[in-house]
Design a protein around this ligand. Structure first.
Ligand code: CA
Length: 230
């Protein structure tokens, strides 16, 4: 799938121009006009990179940046800050709070795309965690291979994505709605019960070689990956 770029920009014409150019260059895009909306978008689908405008209403771009860095699932997300010309102090601060790069407005679409490609290459190589491990489970996001205690585990794409999501934050309870958003992209035709069905399949696949139960059901709350019983 084409990389997903999250655009956080409150000025509609600017957001639209960037969206148009990125999609023309083959990227997928989500647009958010505020920090709140950006966080909501991230729940629906994790982007591969975020372009965050400095000047946003309510939460500033800097705050959005800090929030993203504080979350396990976005702590390594490549971030490009957009600043207005002449805000040198801001740029430095932007890099300090964890932006990977900044682009000064007005910018050419070509420059932006070059920066995005450079960052995506860098995060590919250094990695962003392409392998996650927890409780004897190893999930390789590149090859889509999963093992548990060294035994290969075969999963459908949805079960794979479900496991990948739970492994983002082991021990954390994910509600059905959250899992629906992450795995099914908030598809309105998918019922919460579908999550239960896939969790059951995932359990069967993970426990096939005799490993103990590792997915905890939290009544009326959701599911968590947890290797400590009880
Ligand atoms: Ca703005």
């Amino acid at each position: 799938m084409a990389p997903l770029i999250l655009i956080v920009e409150d000025e509609a014409p600017l957001a639209e121009m960037l969206r148009y150019n990125l999609e023309k260059a083959g990227f997928r895009t989500h647009v958010a006009i505020s920090g709140e909306e950006a966080l909501h978008r991230i729940e629906i689908e994790l982007p591969d990179l975020a372009v965050v405008d400095w000047m946003l209403p309510e939460r500033s771009g800097i705050e959005v940046c800090r929030l993203l860095r504080a979350r396990t699932d976005t702590e390594r997300l490549p971030i490009i800050m957009l600043t207005a010309r002449g805000e040198e102090g801001d740029r430095v601060l932007g890099l300090e709070v964890g932006a990977d790069d900044y682009v000064v407005k007005p910018y050419s679409p070509r420059e932006m795309i070059a920066r995005i490609n450079a960052l995506l290459r860098r995060s590919d190589i250094h990695g962003g965690a392409t392998v996650k491990e927890y409780g004897g489970i190893v999930i390789d996001l590149d090859s889509h291979r999963v093992t548990r205690d060294g035994h290969s585990v075969r999963l459908s794409p949805k079960c794979f994505r479900l496991l990948e999501t739970l492994m983002d934050r082991p021990g954390t309870v994910f509600s059905r709605d959250k899992l629906l958003g992450r795995v099914w992209g908030g598809d309105v035709f998918v019922e919460p019960r579908t999550v239960d069905v896939h969790i059951r399949r995932l359990r069967v696949a993970l426990n096939a070689q005799g490993g103990g139960e590792i997915i905890r059901t939290v009544r009326s709350a959701g599911y968590a990956l947890d290797e400590t019983p009880g």
